[in-house]
Ligand binder design. Structure first.
Ligand SMILES: NC(=O)c1ccc[n+]([C@@H]2O[C@H](COP(=O)([O-])OP(=O)(O)OC[C@H]3O[C@@H](n4cnc5c(N)ncnc54)[C@H](OP(=O)(O)O)[C@@H]3O)[C@@H](O)[C@H]2O)c1
Length: 243
């Protein structure tokens, strides 16, 4: 039962990009996205993931890319999908460059020749702890120390901000988005839910376990139904942001 004294947490508005475009210039703004089924899966047990979300959801992903300065993925995603990470399905705003492509690859697992490394005039950045870095023309390297086996997401954001990249999209995969959500560095999370129940397979968000619902994340949520049946849940996380 909902408490009538508590304002509604779910509302409908018209443009999920508006908060990103309106973000102030003096600090990083970090938005993550994850496409999933109704039961929170991002792939079947065999890894099949095309297509849980529909064409309008893909358009939304490209609109997100067009709105940011950098698109960040984990090395798992580039090894699985070899994504180009550029804006193709929508027009870039006049004067706006393609977003920098950033791969978190702590162990130097990325092979040469991947699409996201292509030297097409767009900034390409690898975040690593490894002495061995993949060969690619003009690749920028951010070297970080691991703490308890992982990078602190806040340090990745700070390093990108120091390179002039202010609006940052954490595009995937599940491990990467989960680590940024767990660390409390996200301003917003766009969960894009396809009307499909898979019932098994790879889960999307997996965070540190909690025992009490008082410790659950309770964002202010705005919903945006898309024409093809998917729904964007735009989660405003600023109340719990750590940096
Ligand atoms: N549904 C969607 O919206 C969506 C979006 C993108 C991708 N995907 C899918 O997601 C799958 C890949 O996801 P995934 O979870 O396996 O991998 P992932 O998140 O793409 O990459 C995870 C790896 O990146 C590195 N990493 C990420 N965050 C780190 C941090 N804070 N500190 C240190 N290292 C970090 C680690 O590399 P090491 O292992 O080398 O330590 C980690 O194992 C693919 O199947 C892809 O198709 C889905």
């Amino acid at each position: 039962m909902s408490d009538p004294a508590v304002p509604p947490r779910v509302r409908q508005m018209s443009d999920p990009l508006a908060p990103i475009l309106a973000a102030s210039d003096d600090r990083p703004f970090v938005v993550a996205q994850l496409g999933q089924s109704l039961d929170g899966r991002i792939a079947t047990v065999t890894g099949e993931s095309r297509w849980i979300n529909n064409a309008e959801a893909l358009d939304h992903l490209h609109r997100l890319r067009a709105a940011v300065d950098a698109v960040v993925v984990g090395v798992g995603t580039v090894l699985a999908d070899d994504p180009r990470l550029n804006v193709r399905r929508v027009a870039l705003p006049p004067g706006k460059a393609q977003p920098a492509r950033v791969v978190i690859d702590p162990n130097g697992r990325m092979p040469a020749g991947l699409s996201c490394l292509a030297n097409d005039g767009t900034r390409r950045i690898v975040v690593t702890a490894s002495a061995e870095v993949v060969e690619a023309d003009d690749l920028e390297v951010i070297r970080l120390e691991r703490q308890d086996g992982t990078f602190r997401p806040g340090e990745i954001v700070a390093a990108l901000f120091a390179l002039g990249l202010r609006r940052i999209l954490i595009e995937g995969g599940a491990t990467t988005v989960s680590s940024f959500l767990d660390a409390g560095v996200l301003d917003r999370l766009h969960l894009i839910v396809g009307p499909m129940i898979i019932g098994s397979g790879k889960l999307g968000l997996q965070l540190r376990p909690i025992t009490e619902l008082d410790n659950a994340i309770r964002p202010q949520v705005t919903v945006y139904p898309l024409p093809g049946g998917d729904v964007i849940f735009d989660c405003d996380l600023r109340m719990r942001k750590a940096v």
